[in-house]
Design a protein around this ligand. Sequence first.
Ligand code: GLN
Length: 252
Amino acid sequence: MRGPLLLCLALLAGCGDRPTLETVLERGVLIVGTEPEFPPFESKNEKGEIVGFDMDMAKELAKDLGVKLRIEGMPFETLPTALRGGQIDLIVSGMTAKPERAKTVSFSDIYYETVLCLLVHTGSGIEKAADADGKRIAVKTGTTGADVAKELFKKATLIPFPAEGACALEVATGRADAFLYDRHSILRHHKNTPDTTRVIDEPLNAEPYAMACRLGDTEFVGRLNSFLRAFRADGRYAKLYEQYFGEPPPAR
Ligand code: GLN
């Protein structure tokens, strides 16, 4: 009786989890989970390979660990479950480190900072962010944009889609009045549809991006952070940032 009881308690406490670093080094492969629909952080190229800022950073991390990199593409919403289930070792997916999520995953230090803002249809009548309340707002399921839209625009009708492309299209065609999302994406969608959309460039929420590993794996978090420190200190981060964003990273 005592054996099974102790085992149950250990599992409940998460003691059954093997430290990620041990698993990765033994396997010789780091398995990173991402949703490849978030350029320039992750997207599929013509050959179907998953590429982008996050993926190049993950390559450097794997190199530093002395292991190979395997990238698993999946819907954004399913990443934390895949991490908990051991299908992936790490999430690198433009994921915002927000307190709510820190209850289910452990975050590394921040590697990119942006804000949320609105893409609006030119005929929506939205001049400032507050005008979006009571309107039809497209949101990407499972993202911070969806959560913040719910909090800020209580009278709005939220229209959820699994992919950002669908949200932006709703706005461009006028089926939705607005789309609340990460600023670099909003600017890109506006560039693609300059005649029917506008950007309301008011920062509605801070969005610090971090890598996420299994909850409580402090050893792996420490290793991720020592990687990030070295990656910044030796200039690799600045080089990659310039390559993808066309400007040097902001001073810290
Ligand atoms: N940064 C946003 C979030 O964490 C969106 C990320 C994404 O769509 N990949 O919710």
